[in-house]
Each structure stands twice: as structure tokens, then as C-alpha cells.
Write a protein that binds this ligand. Structure first.
Ligand code: URA
Length: 210
């Protein structure tokens, strides 16, 4: 199994992330950078996918050629900010199946409550990549993974753009079997649960809702 936390330190990832963190980066540029960085993160999160071979004929000879093994991957976007990462990852893995998990935070209990859940069939036979740009407290991410496990998924990875130590610790505590891949591990959360130094509200930055 891959290690629990992978930080993608590739120079292109780090450069694009810096541009995304900058508060003066406009929505359209932020969105484009998110798309580009998603490709690079998708490359890393799929690095150890199981492989097999199939017999093909090139124009010259027959060969046993490598190919991905098993059922199509499932990408699961944790709404709404997950959709920004999803688009880019789908460009790299266009035949993946797609699911969505919607959770909101109950302001009285502060616990995540499910309002939408739709995932592909046969989750138990797929590699599942859950995507959410910000792993902050880890509460909603952990709850989303709970739901995916209830749907039968056993091989799950979590892909994000930024992680806080608190979120990584929470995921490790409740889902030690789920590797986390991120572009950076930031310092901490502020009192409102935002990641510092962070990039602000990922949903607002990508959808221009602020
Ligand atoms: N969600 C965000 O969009 N940003 C944060 O910093 C934390 C959670």
C-alpha cells in the first residue's frame, strides 16, 4: 500500500500552487491553474494502479502490451469544490466513472450531514479516488469516506490540493487505509477552520461566488 501522505513536490505543481494562493489571481486564471494542477496530481495518485497486459498487433508485430487492470476507476467529487478537481482529473482518465457526495455542516452539532449521494455500481470492484481541494478539519472528508465504504468501496484514495495537519491526522485516525495525496501540507487551521496560509475558500475562488 502507498504511504499515508504523499506531498507532490514537483516544481510545476509548486509553481502553479503559488499562483493559486495569490489573492490577486482572478477566477478565470485560478480555474485554469486548478485544471492544470489536477492533471499533475492525477498522475501521482494513479502511479500504483494495478496493471495487466493484452495482446495487440502494432503495424509491425504482435506484442503483449501493458494496460490498466480491472473495472473502470471511480472518481468521486465531494461537492461543491471537488468539482473543480474532478474536471481536470477526468481529462486525464476520461473513461472513469463519476460519483458525487454532498455534505453540509449542521451548525448546531457541527457534524457533516449528507444531502446527496450517487456513485457508480460495483464500487467494491473499483479503485476509488475521492477528490476535494481542501483537507481542513477532515470531518467532511472522513464522513465522505465513511459513505464510500458503506457503498462497498475498499480501495480508496483521497486527492486534495492543500491539507492541514489537523485534517491529515483525522484521516489517519479514522481511515488509515486511505492514502492522501496533496500538493502541500500547510501550517494549521484558523479559528474558522480555514487552512493557513491556504488559498481562501476554494469553492468561492473557483466559482467566483465571493
Ligand atoms: N475549505 C476551503 O475552501 N478553504 C479552507 O481553507 C478550508 C476549507
Amino acid at each position: 500500500m502507498p504511504k499515508h501522505l504523499t506531498i507532490v513536490e514537483h516544481p510545476l505543481v509548486q509553481h502553479k500552487l503559488t499562483l493559486m494562493r495569490d489573492k490577486d489571481t482572478p477566477t478565470a486564471v485560478f480555474r485554469q491553474l486548478l485544471r492544470e494542477i489536477s492533471h499533475l496530481l492525477a498522475y501521482e495518485v494513479t502511479r500504483d494502479l494495478p496493471m495487466t497486459t493484452k495482446n495487440i498487433e502494432t503495424p509491425l508485430v504482435e506484442m503483449e502490451a501493458p494496460t490498466l487492470k480491472g473495472k473502470k476507476l471511480a472518481l468521486v467529487s465531494i461537492l461543491r469544490a471537488g468539482n473543480g478537481l474532478l474536471d481536470g482529473v477526468l481529462e486525464l482518465i476520461p473513461s472513469a466513472r463519476v460519483g458525487f457526495v454532498g455534505l453540509y455542516r449542521d451548525e448546531a452539532t457541527l457534524q457533516p450531514v449528507q444531502y446527496y449521494f450517487k456513485v457508480p455500481a460495483e464500487m467494491e470492484n473499483r479503485v476509488v479516488i475521492a477528490v476535494d481541494p481542501m483537507l481542513a478539519t477532515g470531518n467532511s472528508s472522513a464522513a465522505a469516506i465513511d459513505l464510500l465504504k458503506k457503498s462497498g468501496a475498499t480501495d480508496i484514495r483521497f486527492l486534495c490540493l492543500l491539507a492541514a495537519p489537523e485534517g491529515v491526522a483525522r484521516m489517519k485516525e479514522v481511515h488509515p487505509d486511505v492514502p492522501v495525496v496533496t500538493a502541500a501540507l500547510d501550517d494549521r487551521l484558523n479559528e474558522k477552520g480555514y487552512i493557513l496560509p491556504g488559498l481562501g475558500d476554494a469553492g468561492d475562488r473557483m466559482f467566483g461566488t465571493k
